[in-house]
Design a protein around this ligand. Sequence first.
Ligand code: MG
Length: 377
Amino acid sequence: MGSTGSIGTQTLDVVRAYPDRYGVYALCANRSIDKLVEQAREFHPEVVCIADERCYEELKAQLEAIRFEGKIWAGSDSIAEVVTMPSINVVVAAMVGYAGLKPTIEAIKAGKTIALANKETLVVAGEIICDLAIQHHTPILPVDSEHSAIFQSLVGEDQSEIEKILLTASGGPFRTFSLDQMRTVTAADALKHPNWDMGAKITIDSASMMNKGFEVIEAKWLFGVPVEKIQVLVHPQSIVHSAVQFTDGAIKAQLGAPDMRLPIQYALSFPERLKSDFPRADLFSLGALTFEEPDLARFPNLALAYEAMRRGGNMPCVLNAANEVANLAFREGRCGFLQMSDIIEKTMNQAAFIPKPSYEDYVATDTEARRLAQNNF
Ligand code: MG
């Protein structure tokens, strides 16, 4: 899911590298027709699926022109259906934002192993997702680089012996900016990420540190650790991808070059490691690895994410919905960089609190929080 995005295309890089091991059953994208056709031509899936129904005719015409013989489906409901098909073993959940929630739930119910890149799914409805995964014996393997690092550090360990999770953050392009400078930065400035090459939405989330806030919540659900035990460290070199501190004081970390193909591949091959020729991190040329405490005054989104988790219930869902509205507005030049946090905070204070939300409550909360956020500009 999300095959034409940054994680999707890198997943296909991994598939391409191991043709004897992996094949593609279905490709699902939002609306990038040309890329999707190109991928279908190379990987011969049995189903190609496009979320935006307005793209269907054009997609069908292009696929017929390359003599594509599989099924062509359209609409977000068809993505929730395709992921349940019997031939599929693993679903790579790499859609952007809230849209990933429903199809991921359906894939879990169908017992598919989930390689999870779409962190918003856990931010919005972590409790439901984890309960379903246990109920249906569905493994959820992290693709997010930090969570993959934590997961790798936990191999052979007992979860009850975790003292602290050390979640690293690059700090993004504005790590050293003053508040005054941050007032006037544009989306173009924020899209220049120092280490990682990612999609536009997550790159803005990374610059505002909302991405790290989401990752704290994601780590809480994936590893069953309360957020008070998750410490964010700003580590500008992005070599230590995260670490775990155990009850005896030992710290285990996973290090490597900043390249998403490694965590993607590990999620697909776990518990095996596959030989790869991806670039290696050269510790000699790196020289020093540094760690700083995050500055919550300049990056209030991180504090808002902790606050949303502390309040629990539907609050992380409100946080996510308001952030999706603010993030898009910033990318479209309709709001300032720091204004994003103000919009999210106001929305969190206005939204009705639901302590134990059902799936339907999350859907209603998402709609309502988006409406509230729109009025907070
Ligand atoms: Mg990450």
